[in-house]
Design a protein around this ligand. Sequence first.
Ligand SMILES: Nc1ncnc2c1ncn2[C@@H]1O[C@H](COP(=O)(O)OP(=O)(O)O)[C@@H](O)[C@H]1O
Ligand SMILES: [Mg+2]
Length: 283
Amino acid sequence: MRATPIPEFMLEPVFDAAGSGRDAIGASTVAGKGLNVRHGTILTLEDINVSFDGFKALTNLTLYIGVGELRCIIGPNGAGKTTMMDVITGKTRPDNGVAYFGETLDLTQMSEVEIAQSGIGRKFQKPTVFEALSVFENLELAQKTNKSVWASLRAKLTGEQQDRIDEVLQTIKLDASRQRPAGLLSHGQKQFLEIGMLLVQDPQLLLLDEPVAGMTDAETEFTAELFKSLARKHSLMVVEHDMGFVGSIADHVTVLHQGSVLAEGSLEQVQNDERVIEVYLGR
Ligand SMILES: Nc1ncnc2c1ncn2[C@@H]1O[C@H](COP(=O)(O)OP(=O)(O)O)[C@@H](O)[C@H]1O
Ligand SMILES: [Mg+2]
């Protein structure tokens, strides 16, 4: 066994996660892996500012995600949605502001790798599966590369890992294609495989940027079912323009505009908000 030191951020004590946090909605108390979510808030962003050569991509952005929540983020192109995900995953450092995962993990002080290992999984728009490898091998690889610390910590994990991959194959409906080279999958199936590659790492928070772009109607419907089945067990932040899709999954919607939150509420509430109609939905 490799003697990998356990990073300090992975050793947070487990606290009782009773109560819902601040204005985060849909908070349940499920959180694994010892993440401290005492107040039911899995993600805290407060007064985040990001500028690129003087251009402000995020301006005092404040947003909370509850444990187990399925949040949709909408807003016009250039609103800062992808930049927000870049801040959460450590790809972009904010000029100032507060970004916490759970109660104690300061995302602004962690590397991208540490953030991923602590339980935040991100799916980009373009699928990035290994085309020459089988579906199963893609899942195996995703699990190994991202769980090396845990893999070396737990002797029993090989069997558990195998079970988890089987479970994920069922979840993403690729069980029958487990030996197929990933390059032979449809665009939608590749997207599902990539979601599976996140799920084998058991992330507590999933960030999904425009997941149904380019999907068929049937694939979009399956994605909606999939995300709904993942919520509660995981927390999800989904950026999407497809309003039909958003309407079918979201309990709570945040509208971003010019780097700030313009409106927040149920889809019906934000769709009837005059400012949202003005800048995003059109008249
Ligand atoms: N690395 C960067 N350098 C300069 N400007 C950027 C960079 N990343 C994003 N931007 C700008 O920040 C704004 C927000 O972009 P983005 O977060 O991609 O918006 P969205 O995902 O909502 O469409 C845009 O005006 C974009 O051009
Ligand atoms: Mg974007």
